[in-house]
Ligand binder design. Structure first.
Ligand SMILES: [Zn+2]
Length: 171
Protein backbone atom coordinates (compact mmCIF):
# COMPACT_ATOMS: atom_id res chain seq x y z
CA UNK A 1 0.00 0.00 0.00
CA UNK A 2 1.03 3.63 0.27
CA UNK A 3 2.46 5.88 -2.37
CA UNK A 4 3.83 3.11 -4.54
CA UNK A 5 0.57 1.26 -5.08
CA UNK A 6 -1.22 4.44 -5.95
CA UNK A 7 1.45 5.62 -8.31
CA UNK A 8 -0.33 6.36 -11.57
CA UNK A 9 2.23 8.36 -13.49
CA UNK A 10 3.77 7.42 -16.78
CA UNK A 11 7.16 8.45 -18.10
CA UNK A 12 7.04 9.61 -21.72
CA UNK A 13 10.08 8.97 -23.89
CA UNK A 14 10.43 10.45 -27.32
CA UNK A 15 11.49 8.43 -30.34
CA UNK A 16 15.13 8.78 -29.29
CA UNK A 17 14.33 7.38 -25.82
CA UNK A 18 14.86 10.77 -24.20
CA UNK A 19 12.55 11.31 -21.23
CA UNK A 20 10.29 14.22 -22.07
CA UNK A 21 7.40 14.28 -19.67
CA UNK A 22 5.61 12.63 -16.81
CA UNK A 23 1.86 12.30 -17.35
CA UNK A 24 -1.08 10.41 -15.90
CA UNK A 25 -1.05 6.79 -17.00
CA UNK A 26 -4.65 7.17 -18.15
CA UNK A 27 -3.58 9.82 -20.62
CA UNK A 28 -0.61 7.71 -21.66
CA UNK A 29 -2.93 4.83 -22.45
CA UNK A 30 -5.07 7.10 -24.63
CA UNK A 31 -1.98 8.21 -26.58
CA UNK A 32 -1.05 4.55 -27.02
CA UNK A 33 -4.55 3.54 -28.15
CA UNK A 34 -4.53 6.25 -30.79
CA UNK A 35 -1.44 4.63 -32.23
CA UNK A 36 0.87 7.46 -31.28
CA UNK A 37 3.08 5.55 -28.87
CA UNK A 38 4.30 2.12 -27.88
CA UNK A 39 4.24 0.85 -24.33
CA UNK A 40 7.75 0.21 -23.03
CA UNK A 41 6.82 -0.92 -19.51
CA UNK A 42 3.67 -1.46 -17.46
CA UNK A 43 2.88 -0.76 -13.84
CA UNK A 44 1.70 -3.80 -11.87
CA UNK A 45 -1.54 -1.85 -11.33
CA UNK A 46 -4.43 -2.28 -13.74
CA UNK A 47 -7.19 0.04 -14.84
CA UNK A 48 -10.59 -0.47 -13.25
CA UNK A 49 -12.65 -1.45 -16.26
CA UNK A 50 -16.35 -2.05 -16.56
CA UNK A 51 -15.68 -5.45 -18.12
CA UNK A 52 -14.03 -7.58 -15.42
CA UNK A 53 -12.63 -9.97 -18.02
CA UNK A 54 -10.48 -7.30 -19.58
CA UNK A 55 -7.26 -6.56 -17.79
CA UNK A 56 -5.21 -3.59 -18.90
CA UNK A 57 -2.14 -2.56 -16.99
CA UNK A 58 -1.42 1.08 -16.43
CA UNK A 59 1.50 2.07 -18.64
CA UNK A 60 4.62 2.97 -16.68
CA UNK A 61 6.70 4.07 -19.67
CA UNK A 62 5.57 4.90 -23.19
CA UNK A 63 7.67 5.86 -26.17
CA UNK A 64 5.99 8.25 -28.57
CA UNK A 65 6.62 8.02 -32.29
CA UNK A 66 7.96 11.51 -32.62
CA UNK A 67 10.99 13.42 -31.61
CA UNK A 68 9.25 15.84 -29.26
CA UNK A 69 9.92 19.49 -29.83
CA UNK A 70 11.62 21.32 -27.03
CA UNK A 71 8.70 23.51 -26.05
CA UNK A 72 7.07 20.59 -24.30
CA UNK A 73 9.99 20.36 -21.93
CA UNK A 74 9.55 23.92 -20.70
CA UNK A 75 8.81 23.86 -17.01
CA UNK A 76 5.83 26.12 -16.33
CA UNK A 77 6.35 28.95 -13.88
CA UNK A 78 4.76 28.35 -10.50
CA UNK A 79 5.66 29.09 -6.91
CA UNK A 80 6.13 25.39 -6.27
CA UNK A 81 8.51 25.05 -9.18
CA UNK A 82 10.58 27.97 -7.92
CA UNK A 83 10.81 26.27 -4.51
CA UNK A 84 11.79 22.99 -6.16
CA UNK A 85 14.38 24.64 -8.38
CA UNK A 86 15.96 26.21 -5.29
CA UNK A 87 15.62 23.03 -3.22
CA UNK A 88 13.40 24.83 -0.70
CA UNK A 89 16.46 26.78 0.38
CA UNK A 90 16.69 30.53 0.86
CA UNK A 91 18.98 31.83 -1.87
CA UNK A 92 20.13 34.67 0.35
CA UNK A 93 21.06 32.97 3.63
CA UNK A 94 20.84 29.21 3.05
CA UNK A 95 17.98 28.59 5.48
CA UNK A 96 16.33 25.34 4.41
CA UNK A 97 13.21 24.88 6.50
CA UNK A 98 10.61 24.34 3.74
CA UNK A 99 7.73 25.76 5.76
CA UNK A 100 9.59 29.05 6.26
CA UNK A 101 9.98 29.71 2.54
CA UNK A 102 8.40 32.51 0.57
CA UNK A 103 8.76 33.77 -2.98
CA UNK A 104 10.92 36.84 -3.34
CA UNK A 105 10.68 39.00 -6.43
CA UNK A 106 14.29 39.99 -7.18
CA UNK A 107 12.99 43.11 -8.90
CA UNK A 108 10.10 43.99 -6.55
CA UNK A 109 6.62 43.84 -8.03
CA UNK A 110 6.18 47.47 -7.01
CA UNK A 111 9.06 48.28 -9.37
CA UNK A 112 7.71 46.30 -12.30
CA UNK A 113 9.18 42.88 -11.44
CA UNK A 114 7.33 39.96 -12.96
CA UNK A 115 6.16 36.58 -11.73
CA UNK A 116 8.69 34.51 -13.65
CA UNK A 117 11.51 32.03 -13.16
CA UNK A 118 13.93 34.80 -14.12
CA UNK A 119 12.69 37.15 -11.42
CA UNK A 120 11.58 34.90 -8.57
CA UNK A 121 13.64 33.11 -5.97
CA UNK A 122 13.08 31.17 -2.78
CA UNK A 123 13.64 33.30 0.30
CA UNK A 124 13.00 32.71 3.98
CA UNK A 125 10.57 35.02 5.71
CA UNK A 126 13.23 37.07 7.57
CA UNK A 127 15.23 37.69 4.36
CA UNK A 128 12.11 38.54 2.40
CA UNK A 129 10.91 40.90 5.12
CA UNK A 130 14.35 42.47 5.37
CA UNK A 131 14.61 42.99 1.62
CA UNK A 132 11.06 44.29 1.50
CA UNK A 133 10.61 46.54 -1.53
CA UNK A 134 14.30 47.12 -2.11
CA UNK A 135 16.19 46.21 -5.24
CA UNK A 136 19.28 44.06 -4.69
CA UNK A 137 21.46 47.12 -5.15
CA UNK A 138 19.56 49.01 -2.51
CA UNK A 139 19.65 45.94 -0.26
CA UNK A 140 23.35 45.45 -0.97
CA UNK A 141 23.18 41.79 -1.96
CA UNK A 142 24.46 39.82 -4.93
CA UNK A 143 22.13 38.87 -7.75
CA UNK A 144 21.02 35.25 -7.24
CA UNK A 145 20.69 34.71 -11.02
CA UNK A 146 17.38 32.89 -11.10
CA UNK A 147 16.76 30.82 -14.22
CA UNK A 148 14.13 28.64 -15.87
CA UNK A 149 14.95 25.10 -14.71
CA UNK A 150 15.31 22.20 -17.10
CA UNK A 151 12.45 19.79 -16.64
CA UNK A 152 14.82 16.89 -15.99
CA UNK A 153 15.99 18.76 -12.94
CA UNK A 154 12.42 18.90 -11.72
CA UNK A 155 11.84 15.20 -12.24
CA UNK A 156 14.11 14.51 -9.31
CA UNK A 157 11.48 16.01 -7.07
CA UNK A 158 8.62 13.67 -7.82
CA UNK A 159 8.01 11.68 -4.68
CA UNK A 160 8.47 8.25 -6.20
CA UNK A 161 10.49 7.01 -9.17
CA UNK A 162 9.68 3.48 -10.37
CA UNK A 163 12.66 1.21 -10.82
CA UNK A 164 12.06 0.80 -14.55
CA UNK A 165 12.35 4.55 -15.12
CA UNK A 166 15.84 4.83 -13.74
CA UNK A 167 17.74 3.77 -16.82
CA UNK A 168 16.11 6.61 -18.77
CA UNK A 169 16.58 9.30 -16.16
CA UNK A 170 19.72 11.11 -15.37
CA UNK A 171 19.44 11.44 -11.64
ZN1 LIG B 1 17.08 33.81 4.22
Amino acid sequence: MGAKREFKKCLVLDSSYMPRQIIESTRAYVIFSKGNAEIVADHPETFNLADPNRIIHRPSIIRVNKFINLDITKVPYSRDNVFKRDNYTCVYCGEDEPRAMTIDHVIPKSKGGEDSFENCVTACRPCNADKDDLTLEEWGREHPNPYRPHFLQMMKHIDYVPQDWLKYLIL
